[in-house]
Design a protein around this ligand. Structure first.
Ligand code: NAD
Ligand code: ZN
Length: 274
């Protein structure tokens, strides 16, 4: 467990009146020098990208059980359905703009406090906001890229998208080997990328603060990164608008919008926002 014995569970109000929780979290961030930030879909909802639960979100219209990695590999029909879904979501992700919470993560890095940013998101918004490639681990890949799952050749996602929208293409194939092309994200049933997963867990075991933003912490193995950090002695702050599966491990819970909570947290820690 971390140094702080108490746990605070207070809403963050627009006027910043949740003083005690913010102040406590601010102190943890101010004294930390090797922070691991773990983000999930909730950091991007204020940028207009729905999370899993949001009404109208992608998974309310497509059945994930029918779009697993094995089925993608096996059936042309699944690949067609997958690309149909991706063609719907791609422009939303491509055109989204980072919000105050993404910028706050950049500020933590600029302040020299970031050990590693681990994101479960596939929207590329951390990189767009200015988080460095060196310190960012996209543990579930990125939807803005695509590649061949047979030979590894990269494909031009934007060019594919234009052809899919124009109806010239239904199931993209690899220009190098004729193999199966897939958006560069980790699908249900697909193995996690070894390098990125190891990098994330190593950072979690070495950090002196775990800061989770906008994740329900139910998707594994990412959801065990908090356990690794806490069992290695790091305190943990969770920023989320509803309870998560790891709340009992946290030293401070900030229950509010990610953008607002992160702005208040940075101010409390004395870190300048860009
Ligand atoms: P999740 O949907 O399970 O959890 C998101 C959490 O954030 C929820 O608890 C929700 O209440 C909270 N939340 C939503 N908006 C918020 C806001 N403005 N402020 C504070 N909290 C907010 O997401 P997850 O834990 O990331 O797991 C879902 C999986 O889906 C991940 O693997 C992720 O890769 C993928 N996904 C990614 C995106 C994206 O790239 N933006 C979007 C949807 C799903
Ligand atoms: Zn190929």
């Amino acid at each position: 467990m971390g140094v702080w014995a108490h746990r605070y569970d207070q809403r963050v109000n627009a006027d910043g009146s949740s003083g005690e929780a913010i102040a406590r979290a601010g102190k943890l961030l101010a004294r930390a020098s090797s922070v691991v930030v773990l983000t999930g879909a909730g950091i991007s909802t204020e940028s207009g990208i729905p999370d899993f639960r949001s009404p109208g979100g992608l998974w309310t219209r497509y059945d994930p059980r029918k779009l697993t990695f094995d089925l993608f590999c096996a059936y042309e029909e699944t690949r067609a359905q997958y690309w149909k879904m991706s063609t719907e979501s791609y422009p939303v992700l491509r055109d989204a703009e980072p919000n105050a919470a993404h910028r706050a993560v950049v500020a933590i890095e600029k302040a020299g406090k970031l050990l590693r940013l681990v994101t479960q998101n596939v929207d590329g918004l951390h990189r767009k906001a200015g988080s460095s490639a060196e310190r960012t681990t996209e543990i579930h890949g990125c939807s803005l890229r695509a590649g061949c799952i047979d030979c590894g050749e990269r494909a031009d996602r934007e060019a594919l998208h234009r052809r899919l929208v124009a109806g010239e293409l239904v199931v993209p194939t690899c220009e190098a080997c004729g193999g199966r092309v897939k958006p560069a994200t980790i699908s249900f049933g697909q193995a996690m990328p070894e390098f990125e997963t190891a990098q994330a867990f190593e950072a979690a075991s070495q950090c002196d603060l775990m800061l989770v933003i906008g994740s329900s912490l139910v998707v594994y193995p990412a959801a065990s990164l908090p356990d690794t950090a806490v069992s290695s002695g790091a305190p943990m702050i969770i920023v989320n608008n509803e309870p998560t599966s790891k709340d009992e491990l946290a030293d401070v819970l900030l229950r509010g919008s990610a953008g607002e909570s992160m702005s208040l947290l940075l101010r409390a820690a004395g870190i300048a926002l860009p």
